[in-house]
Write a protein that binds this ligand. Sequence first.
Ligand code: ZN
Length: 263
Amino acid sequence: MPVPGPFYDAHCHLQDPRFGPGVGSLLAECRARGIHRLVVNGTRESDWDRVADLAARHPELVIPSYGLHPWWSRDRSPAWLEDLEARLRADPGAGVGETGLDRWMPDPDPADQEAVLLAHLDLAARFNRPLSLHCLRDWGRMEAILRTHPRPARGFLLHSYGGPAEMVASLAALGAYFSLPGAFLHPAQAKKLAAFRLVPQDRLLIESDAPDQLLPAELDAFSLPETGTGRRLNHPGNVPEIYRHWPAADPWVVESNFLRFFT
Ligand SMILES: [Zn+2]
């Protein structure tokens, strides 16, 4: 039975050039499916203007967030932190991230990733902004950093939480929210999905991570062909499918979590 909504996308990348110029119609499709707000995460300095532009054109739908993703943070300019702080001062509704730690990527530089993460964490704590964190294969270090540094009073988001089930309680005690992507509905991701059974009801969020993290093909109501290649892209209009297949995601509870954390 269809879930009526309202729905919220806690993490996506609508500024991604793979979407091409058609993001206006994509957002209209999201609205038609009952999606009320989407958090659009910048990943590098060169996409922050596109994130700001989307938020300016669609203020009723898009919440902007600015950060350096560990895959791209090595390319940062000397002025990145100053620019990030200026964007937060200019927009009291803007978040911090996506940023984090990644030991899965080829040739990671853990010390550099940690320095960049700490700068984001410090800003998010000082401005008490929603902080969106990415972590792959470095959960022990992530937990230690969060435990020993000042954190935003409102908490922080572990997007696509794929850490150990045993860490959910201690991370929640530090203020974590956990967002579930549709890709965890693949049978191969059953272990990651199972960790979400331990997420406290008042810390659960749902995300598309579009254009990435496709749902299993049979649940994918809205995939898009990438301009040029024709490869399937994830569409944030799939967010209601994630709610439908994870009954713990009561739309009214997730709405209250989303609004408490992001606004
Ligand atoms: Zn992301």
